[in-house]
Design a protein around this ligand. Structure first.
Ligand code: NAD
Ligand code: IPM
Ligand code: MN
Length: 352
């Protein structure tokens, strides 16, 4: 029954928000055994190790889930450790569906006029193992007038099909916050300009959609989608897209929720050890000041519990976060006047 969790707080505000989320997890009474790992910039600067040998295989073998803060530190200008640890987990553990729920908890958090919580409850399913993130390519004639830089966009039949099917499955199996059903899946691409990759996504989307006749398939180009997300977020339900568009539109979508401090995510491969992390990064300028918003990390912890089948504990945490937001027991970025630590204490006490 007890689940083993690997905790990687990482860099910057990861070191501040993850301990708050851990406190809340402990208050929830969820039967967890937590193990901390020091992977991150400081470890890399000390001994040159980003991921210890056998690191990913060990995580997959020994843990039920991985809980991560953020990676990125100005002391490591190449960001090589972030690439090897974070993208390493996504790619080498084959966590192909990056699930990023977009939920507005309180109208006061949304920068748009007249938008209520019921208007923003959608999810982005981002392909997480290929696309331009494969970093395949190279530079030719570097530092000359004839320099050429090539960055390939990898789209495999298998990769596209499995993430699209994941989005339809998700649509079918997961209710919205108000208990109603998701019933539309929208694919977002740029198939008018990027015809090779876009063509594959288009064909596969139509094929998979036929397996789910009760779900309405929809499509938008990514540029138009960005405009619509700001004009009228009510229209979105489940969105599926490639790695890079998913990255960009989920920061935009985080803006609808009150900013990056509120956004949660799971990097999932059904049946394998999956990884959960807030959408935000290490935010170096605000790190170490006790001002980072821990709600994204706390909601991510709840998402992890739900994934592990601990729905009751997950719901308790979500309810406590909602109450904190309503009572303005929050950090400054969303209008409160508490510190990171104090928000964690308040939510943990409420959960208890
Ligand atoms: P960022 O998400 O760290 O910050 C973007 C903006 O949002 C900043 O203004 C920051 O202050 C604010 N912000 C982010 N999280 C917040 C929180 N919890 N509370 C309050 N405000 C918050 O993105 P960035 O500045 O583009 O990147 C900083 C570093 O983090 C870079 O090294 C980047 O590569 C890395 N990064 C890592 C991850 C990850 O590990 N998953 C994600 C994004 C960026
Ligand atoms: C995210 C981040 C990462 C990404 C960076 C740190 C490589 O922005 O998780 O959204 O682009 O996927
Ligand atoms: Mn991002």
């Amino acid at each position: 029954m007890t689940k083993k969790i690997a905790v990687l707080a990482g860099d910057g505000i990861g070191q501040e928000v993850i301990p708050q989320a851990v406190k809340v997890l402990e208050a929830s009474g969820a039967p967890l055994e937590l193990h901390n790992f020091d992977w991150g910039a400081s470890r890399y600067l000390a001994d040159g190790v980003t991921v210890p040998p056998d690191g990913f295989a060990m995580l997959g073998r020994e843990f039920d889930a991985i809980f991560v803060g953020a990676f990125g530190d100005p002391r490591v200008p190449t960001n090589i450790h972030a690439k090897e640890i974070l993208l390493g987990m996504r790619f080498q553990m084959d966590l192909y569906a990056n699930v990023r729920p977009v939920r507005l908890l309180d109208a006061a958090l949304c920068p748009l006029k007249g938008v209520e919580p019921k208007d923003v409850d959608f999810v982005v399913v981002r392909e997480n193992t290929e696309g331009v993130y494969g970093d395949v390519g190279g530079v030719f004639k570097k530092n000359t007038d004839d320099e050429v830089a090539i960055q390939e966009d990898i789209n495999t039949r298998k990769g596209v099909e499995r993430v699209i099917r994941y989005a339809f499955d998700y649509c079918e199996k997961n209710p919205k916050l108000d208990g109603s059903k998701h019933n539309r899946v929208l694919m977002c691409d740029k198939s008018n300009a990027m015809t090779h990759a876009g063509g594959l996504w288009q064909r596969v989307f139509k094929e998979v959609a036929r397996e789910f006749p009760q779900i309405k398939p929809e499509h938008m180009y990514v540029d138009a989608l960005c405009m619509q997300m700001v004009r009228d977020p009510r229209q979105f339900d489940v969105i599926v897209t490639n790695n890079m568009f998913g990255d960009i539109i989920t920061d935009l979508a985080a803006g609808l929720q009150g900013g990056l401090g509120m956004a949660a995510s799971g990097n999932i491969h059904p049946g394998k050890t999956s990884m959960f992390e807030p959408v935000h990064g290490s935010a170096p300028p605000i790190a170490g000041k006790n001002i980072a918003n821990p709600m994204g990390a706390i909601l991510t912890a709840a998402m992890m519990l739900a994934h592990l089948g601990m729905n009751r504990e997950a719901e308790k945490i979500e309810a406590a976060v909602l109450e904190a937001v309503r009572q303005k027991k929050t950090t400054q970025d969303i209008g409160g006047n508490l510190g990171t630590h104090e928000v964690g204490d308040w939510v943990a006490a409420r959960v208890k």
